[in-house]
Design a binder for this molecule. Structure first.
Ligand code: G6P
Length: 367
């Protein structure tokens, strides 16, 4: 039963909890587990000839695109241009021959994104669409349809569509890398293995739900909240801030952890919770030193990391959220869960209409 709330109080919570299943469902179309390969629907153009990628989307889908930019550049070494759809069309973007535009949209109907798709087509770009509604306008107009299998998403704030978009985009990045001769068989096998671990890791992340609920009051009492992250955790910081704004109406900003010293640090005092998203790994130490700058100014840090990261970060946080230790490729999917749950529980604590937040629409069909 996909469109009832089941045992959950809100659609949003139900959809957060569906993520292990719908991500597995989505990955099933893109991973050949037996052959240890990543595959896509066959495009009617040559992927290996793609010289440049332009990613365009809105809202949460845009942040999925921002994560994907890191992946396309890292794995396929293809330059990526990224923009929100409402800006893209009006800035005379340069789209040379041999370019691929990727639109990302849950609904497949967002007016700005659809207009960007049509503009790119008129400029001779190939179009790939990562959409959740296979009968949507974007799905119909694309050269390459890459469906997410999230099922109907009812909550206005997007959750499961986001993690399914990430799953598809990771598979696309791997395919592009393969087409470009930049992915060895062994590397491909390893990628398949890591991606296939995502559903279990998402379950592991959900296990922290009650603990997140217990700390929600710290954030619910705040007027302003800051989210910090580096690398692919930077888009997650932006997504965390967006989720919180959307459903709890608390002012929140996402920032690249290293950029904090160039402005937002002026806002830090003991009334500002700072959510730091930092799995242990190569970027960890730098982020922790940014975190310490916050602590030194009395900021209330909530650290989201794995056990090793939380150990290494030491004392001085007001709360920690422990995630399973996962490969960096799937970390953005896994860390999306605590970020969603925190926004959810804060909104519930504030008594807002979680599934139908004021002034927002599920799908925005005007430009
Ligand atoms: C609206 C929704 C967001 C969504 C955005 C993009 O603003 O409230 O949750 O991320 O549209 O929608 P799309 O369907 O294109 O992903």
């Amino acid at each position: 039963d996909l469109v009832s709330k089941g045992n959950h109080r809100h659609y949003m919570l139900k959809e957060i909890y569906e993520q292990p299943i719908v991500v597995a469902q989505t990955l099933r179309s893109y991973l050949q587990r037996m052959e240890e390969q990543v595959t896509l629907p066959i495009p009617d153009f040559d992927l290996s000839a793609i010289k440049r990628v332009t990613i365009v989307a809105c809202g949460t889908s845009f942040y999925a695109g921002m994560v994907a930019k890191y992946w396309f550049e890292q794995f396929a070494r293809v330059p990526v241009d990224l923009d929100v759809a409402s800006e893209f069309r009006y800035r005379a973007p340069v789209m040379e021959e041999g370019g691929l535009m990727i639109v990302i949209s849950q609904s497949g109907e967002t007016a700005d994104t659809l207009a960007a798709l049509r503009h790119a087509r008129s400029e001779g770009q190939k179009i790939a669409a990562v959409v959740n509604v296979p009968t949507s306008s974007m799905a119909r107009e694309a050269d390459l349809l890459l469906p997410t299998h999230a099922g109907p998403e009812i909550g206005v704030a997007s959750t499961k569509a986001f993690t399914c978009q990430l799953a598809v985009l990771a598979a696309l990045a791997a395919n592009l890398a393969k087409a470009k001769g930049r992915l060895s068989e062994a590397e491909e096998k390893a990628l398949v293995k890591h991606l296939a671990e995502a559903p279990a890791a998402l379950n592991g992340a959900l296990a922290y739900d009650e603990a997140i609920q217990a700390m929600a009051h710290v954030v619910a009492a705040a007027r302003d909240v800051l989210y910090l992250g580096r690398g692919t955790d930077y888009p997650l910081a932006l997504e965390g801030a967006l989720k919180l704004k959307e459903i709890s109406y608390i002012h929140a900003e996402g920032y690249a952890a290293g950029e904090m010293k160039h402005g937002p640090i002026a806002l830090i005092d003991d009334a500002v919770p700072v959510i730091v998203i930092a799995p242990s790994g190569p970027l960890f130490e730098k982020t922790v030193s940014n975190m310490q700058e916050v602590q030194a100014r009395g900021g209330k840090v909530i650290l989201i990391s794995d056990y090793d990261g939380i150990e290494a970060a030491g004392e001085g946080t007001v709360a920690t959220i422990t995630m399973p230790k996962v490969h960096p490729l799937i970390a953005p999917l896994v860390y999306a869960v605590p970020v969603q749950l925190l926004a959810y529980h804060v909104a519930v604590a504030k008594g807002t209409d979680v599934d139908q937040p004021r002034n927002l629409a599920k799908s925005v069909t005007v430009e």
